[in-house]
Design a protein around this ligand. Structure first.
Ligand code: DCP
Ligand code: MG
Length: 653
């Protein structure tokens, strides 16, 4: 079924309503027999944990659509005409912000990992190949895409679709190397270019076009050819437009090895936007697409304007503004300043495993990588967060406040190991480590390092859908679905960045959802580790794409619960973080938690609080039985058998 079509339940062809990321067309998949792919994916994943999770998500999505329809039906015509007035006013205001003076270029490497592998092994040229293994593939070359094989698909399904498919293991260091080479080129055109991920970047080419008297198209040609020669043969595609949002859409149009230029005038932009499917916009993922389409009948970007009154009636203003600005073809044109980074992290997805030795070695690699990046940035920090995704897609995060600032891989690993051990036995498919609460004194700002701006991760790319909840559930996520490690940074910034609006945020920005409702979905528990570590155990309800917007952290009985009032204002300190800043909000919660725990430990209180008593007790317990923590009932999931679907994945770790 086409990704854009509504789900219908056809019992003789159940796969038709089985929408997964695997069947979303990427560039090079235009002629693919979608129904065949859908059927194979359905048959091969049926009964697996993944399948169950997809079904659960699908059911939730349907509920949301129904809920939205009900709300729609209750709107009176006078409500709608009032909202139309709001729309008319916002259109004028948004129009006034239209900036057609800049020329933005978005560049994205073609079949990046696969192309790098082919460069080092030319015998792969022209043959269908995928990078990854039987559990999961990170990408496929264009030959393989003709069979419906694509990134984020389990390799054994890919092999069923394309029996001659060649698998090449992931070699992340190679991709980093080639990514650096491309960045060398980008820097020549825009020293402040924005690196979206390893294989993509946004460049403001306004000045270079003006200085050299060249058009955007000519500069795009030049950049693409320089990338090819600098890397020894890798191709990329480019989009040129008045803003970043449009440039990104454009870079996908003539993939691979092509470019598309959208003229910087309003009427060309409006024509372009009028028939553009909403899913092409970074930030609009599967769930948002379905809600907008199935509940409100919004299919194209133009519909966002035509049905603006519904959007303003049903969503918060920031979401509705985002939708409306998309409908007007507006996007960011400024170069973001180097904002103050709040955390740095590294994570890795792999075939689910419960093998402790394997998990330890993965953890060591991630700690090493994180430490390397921190050293490069001159950062030391003292809050360490471990993120895990279990074989059953449960997301867990555990944080520890260290006694001193550090960036050493040994320190990170030591504490991360404690956090991890407290979770074992468990079968895990993703491990992430994040360091936050930086020591401002050691943070250096040597411009020659330039990494803060250069590594700014802009969430206005589709790759940042990775960040959304679905990303942890195998949606069109890059960060989480790949067998690689990525950095993700968060910033202290208070401005609403519409480009950064994420699918989950859109969903939970429905006006009727309150922080308290979301808060109920959270389970919070304190645990203790020996030594200087106080462990926070926080079980997130992540897999159902819920509970993101209004992070509520109940740390311990006497601590006031952190609630994001209206989705953006911390009730404890008043700091405002836009709802789309999911990571930042999480990080801010961590901060309050760490602060609280530190106060408790070093505070003047003579009589221990109930929580500290509990910790002391916990410490004793931890000391007497440091390793073998008996799994409680809730941890039954620790013994989840890896179902057929994922058993296969063990062949590639
Ligand atoms: N990637 C990944 N997991 C995903 C998607 C992508 O690990 N779910 C990695 C492999 C890709 C790289 O990121 O090579 C870049 O992602 P793109 O979406 O840009 O895909 P490609 O570059 O592979 O192909 P395209 O030509 O469509 O850009
Ligand atoms: Mg690419």
């Amino acid at each position: 079924m086409d990704e854009g079509e509504s789900s219908t339940n056809n019992s003789s062809r159940p796969w038709e309503s089985y929408n997964t990321v695997f069947t979303n067309a990427k560039a090079g998949m235009e002629g693919v027999d979608k129904e065949k792919v859908q059927r194979i994916v359905y048959e091969m994943s049926k009964g697996s944990k993944y399948f169950q999770n997809e079904e659960r998500k699908e059911a939730l999505m349907k509920q949301k659509i129904e809920h939205m329809r009900d709300r729609c039906a209750k709107l009176s015509s006078s409500d709608l005409s009032n909202y139309q007035k709001v729309v008319d006013r916002r259109v004028l205001e948004l129009e006034a912000t239209r900036d057609l003076s800049r020329v933005w270029l978005h560049v994205d490497m073609d079949a990046f990992y696969a192309a790098v592998e082919t460069l080092s092994n030319p015998s792969l040229k022209g043959k269908p190949m995928a990078v990854g293994g039987l559990s999961m593939i990170s990408t496929a070359n264009y030959e393989a895409r003709k069979f419906g094989v694509r990134a984020a698909m389990p390799g054994f399904i890919a092999r069923k679709l394309c029996p001659d498919l060649i698998f090449v293991p992931v070699d992340f260091s190679k991709y980093t190397h080639y990514s650096d080479l491309t960045r060398k080129v980008f820097r020549n055109y825009d020293p402040n270019f924005i690196a979206g991920s390893l294989d993509e970047a946004y460049l403001d080419i306004t000045e270079v076009c003006r200085e050299r008297g060249l058009s955007g198209a000519e500069i795009a040609e030049e950049i693409r050819s320089s990338v090819q020669s600098e890397t020894g043969g890798l191709t990329c595609s480019a989009g040129v437009a008045a803003n970043r949002l449009l440039a990104k859409v454009c870079s996908d149009i003539n993939k691979p090895n092509g470019q598309f230029v959208l003229q910087n005038d309003r009427s060309t932009i409006m024509t372009f936007i009028s028939s553009l499917p909403i899913r092409k916009i970074g930030g609009i993922g599967k769930v948002t697409e379905h809600i907008l389409k199935d509940a409100l009948g919004i299919k194209t970007c133009e519909d966002m304007v035509l049905k603006g009154s519904l959007l303003y009636a049903l969503f918060t203003q920031s979401s509705a503004d985002f939708f409306l600005s998309v409908g007007l073809g507006l996007g960011k044109t400024d170069t973001p300043e180097a904002r103050s980074r709040k955390s740095i992290s590294s994570e890795r997805t792999f075939a689910a495993t419960g093998d402790e030795r394997l998990l330890s070695s993965k953890l060591a690699e991630i700690a090493e990588m994180l430490s390397h990046d921190m050293k490069k940035e001159g950062l030391t920090a003292r809050t360490l967060t471990l993120k895990l995704k279990t074989a059953s897609f449960e997301i867990r995060s555990r944080a520890v406040s260290l006694q001193r600032y550090t960036c050493s891989s040994e320190d990170i690993l030591k504490h991360a190991t404690k956090l991890l051990k407290a979770e074992l036995p468990v079968s895990i498919r993703l491990i992430g480590l994040r360091m936050s609460q930086f020591n401002e004194e050691t943070r250096h700002s040597d411009p020659s390092q330039g990494t803060i701006t250069k590594f700014i991760v802009q969430k206005d790319s589709s790759k940042q859908n990775l960040d959304d909840n679905d990303s942890f559930d195998w949606d069109a996520s890059k960060t989480c679905l790949s067998n690689d490690e990525r950095l993700s940074f968060s910033y202290a910034s208070h401005d609403t960045n519409y480009d950064q609006l994420k699918e989950d945020v859109v969903e939970y920005e429905e006006q009727s959802v309150t922080p308290e409702q979301e808060c109920k979905k959270k389970e919070e528990k304190l645990q203790v580790l020996e030594g200087d570590a106080v462990l926070r155990k926080h079980k997130e309800c992540k897999s159902d794409t819920s509970a993101q917007k209004t992070e509520a952290v109940s740390v311990c009985p006497q601590m006031e619960t952190l609630v994001w009032v209206d989705g953006y204002k911390c009730n404890l300190c008043g700091i405002e973080l836009p709802p789309s800043f999911v990571e930042e909000q999480q990080e801010h919660s961590d901060f309050h938690l760490a602060q609280r725990l530190q106060n408790e430990e070093s505070g003047p209180s003579s009589s221990p609080t109930p929580a500290s008593k509990r910790r002391i007790l916990g410490k004793e317990k931890a000391n007497s039985k440091p390793k073998k923590q008996k799994p409680n009932k809730k941890d039954d999931s620790k013994h989840i058998p890896i179902h057929t679907f994922f058993t296969k994945s063990n062949q590639n770790s």
